[in-house]
Design a protein around this ligand. Sequence first.
Ligand code: ADP
Ligand code: MG
Length: 273
Amino acid sequence: FFIAIGLNDKKIYGEYHVTDTTPVLEIRDLHKAYGQLEVIKGVDITAHKGDVVSLIGSSGSGKSTILRCANLLEDSQQGEILFQGEAVKWKGDGMARVPADAKQVLRIRTNLSMVFQQFNLWAHMTILQNVMEAPVTVLGRDKEEVEAKARLYLEKVGIGDKCDVYPAQLSGGQQQRAAIARGLCMEPQALLFDEPTSALDPELEQEVIKVIKSLAEEGRTMLIVTHDMKMAADISSHVVFLHQGLIEEEGAPDRLFGAPKSERLKQFLSSTV
Ligand code: ADP
Ligand code: MG
């Protein structure tokens, strides 16, 4: 048996030995620019197994960019991204760096399921087909097993009766729950949510919040960008407030919402309720 001594002590006999102290996702000193515009200016975020980390901040502060960098939908210029202790390998440097290992990118991306604001379901596929598509075609899993799981996850998010309809036949809240089931069916190590409720009417928002809350209670690891301070306060283990590409303040939700220190955070919180 193995006892972790220090966070860097995880490479044994050339294999990554993932322990409970190894974060699922770790972002260190991330810098990201679009051309001349530097939008992420040195950000560190760590999510251990079971953590629910919420990212809050004004529009344009860099929340979505961080999520997109984390699952390698965007390149970045500087800093490290580690998935279960395994650092993303880059080639080139500075402005031109890109991931070096396509298999690693696939492994990381399929283990960090992303749920988008606009659901992004495939319109020409039924709900069941939407949920089954990636596990079958990307992961090469057995179709029948995937179908059984897909039905379970759709049941879990409360739309088990919608397997055979098309996305356009569902409400926004149902579509977003289908998108969550699709993410779950990949059986990822973590879920990344980018404003999952902001395209929804308030009454539909609640049904999606309920699902996300139940995932938090199950101990799933999640990184959630949200404008919903109530949900963030309710389900997060850690909250990060971003301002212009930097972490302005972070902490446990009770402390951060109950006793914010930074003037910018105080102002932000008073403007969001
Ligand atoms: P948030 O999600 O917090 O609203 P974003 O991460 O979307 O913020 O954006 C951060 C900054 O990066 C903004 O100034 C935005 O205009 C800029 N930005 C985002 N995506 C692009 C892009 N593809 N090209 C150029 N600038 C971008
Ligand atoms: Mg955004």
